[in-house]
Write a protein that binds this ligand. Structure first.
Ligand SMILES: NC(=O)c1ccc[n+]([C@@H]2O[C@H](COP(=O)([O-])OP(=O)(O)OC[C@H]3O[C@@H](n4cnc5c(N)ncnc54)[C@H](O)[C@@H]3O)[C@@H](O)[C@H]2O)c1
Length: 272
């Protein structure tokens, strides 16, 4: 979508972090925004910030884990702005625990919030975008969906890997129909995600993808997403050097796995 001025976007998880920064960057490019978040006050605050700077936005409470969340969002977007062009499925929550200490109910929660939300969003918005033959979908995955550097967040990583697959398959299907798909794969970004992480193994160190990946500010990610929509870029890495790790892993899976076991990159030390 080279021309963004006058288009309309829904962004989930827009009250904080990457969703918030993308809402602000898209608004700056002339896109009207529905900022959807379970944090109603936060969503309203982002909308107010955009509205105070010549943009147009509306904040709405939305729990993406509920069955009718996206039908309701569809009603809101048509009521407020009369059209939909860009859908960013961005909500993600983290969990942390050894594979044998994470309850099945936590798998269910993470899949509901992180994965089934994307599927429900597609069920509502794909037919609309296909019918008009234009638009763009952005799905937020993670480095955790591309490669394995930790064992404490299996439901999160599995959901994010599924999002990569869904996004790529959708791109195959939708690009010939005039609709773009971007799979955003962030590395470490300074947001509030750790503050809402549920912890099931209190003595477990938290591993990161590697010391070469700086913790970046979310503001720059919003601009990257705008650029990806404009240029119809499919795979969007916040830290392009992740390609080196992907090549290393694909070249020798066993050696890559052994390296992670022998020299994990600890970002939070919890063991004594
Ligand atoms: N921050 C990182 O380092 C990083 C790395 C890789 C991927 N990601 C992904 O980026 C996306 C955005 O995360 P972030 O880092 O900006 O986190 P964040 O916690 O700052 O923002 C997430 C937002 O989602 C909202 N939210 C949570 N549950 C919700 C629900 N059920 N319904 C609606 N809204 C809900 C929260 O209220 C919050 O405003 C997530 O998908 C996350 O997995 C983040």
């Amino acid at each position: 979508m080279e021309q963004l001025q006058g288009t309309v976007a829904i962004i989930t998880g827009a009250a904080s972090g990457i969703g918030r920064s993308t809402a602000i960057s898209l608004a700056r490019a002339g896109v009207s925004i529905i900022a959807a978040d379970i944090d109603e006050a936060g969503a309203a605050k982002v909308a107010a910030k955009i509205n105070s700077t010549d943009g147009a936005a509306f904040g709405v409470r939305c729990d993406v884990a509920t069955v009718d969340a996206f039908e309701k969002l569809k009603d809101v977007v048509f009521d407020r702005f009369g059209r939909i062009d860009i859908v960013m499925n961005n909500v993600g929550v983290l969990t942390s625990g050894r594979p044998d200490e994470l309850p099945v109910t936590e798998w269910e929660r993470i899949f509901q919030v992180n994965l089934l939300s994307v599927i429900r969003s597609n069920a509502v918005f794909l037919p609309l975008l296909i019918a008009k033959g234009s638009g763009h979908i952005v799905n937020t995955s993670s480095f955790a969906g591309l490669l394995t550097y930790a064992f404490d967040r299996l439901p999160y990583a599995a959901a994010k890997a599924a999002i990569v697959q869904i996004s790529e398959g959708l791109a195959l299907y939708l690009r010939p129909q005039g609709i773009g798909v971007t799979c955003l794969c962030p590395g470490p970004v300074k947001t509030n995600i750790m503050s809402t992480t549920r912890i099931f193994s209190s003595d477990l160190d938290v591993r990161g993808p590697g010391p070469q990946f700086d913790l970046i500010e979310p503001d720059s990610v919003g601009d990257m997403v705008v650029d990806a929509i404009r240029t119809n870029k499919f795979m969007l890495f916040t830290h392009p050097q992740v390609r080196d790790l992907l090549i290393e892993r694909a070249t020798d899976f066993d050696a890559f796995l052994q390296k992670q076991i022998d020299a994990p990159h600890i970002i939070i030390k919890r063991s004594s």
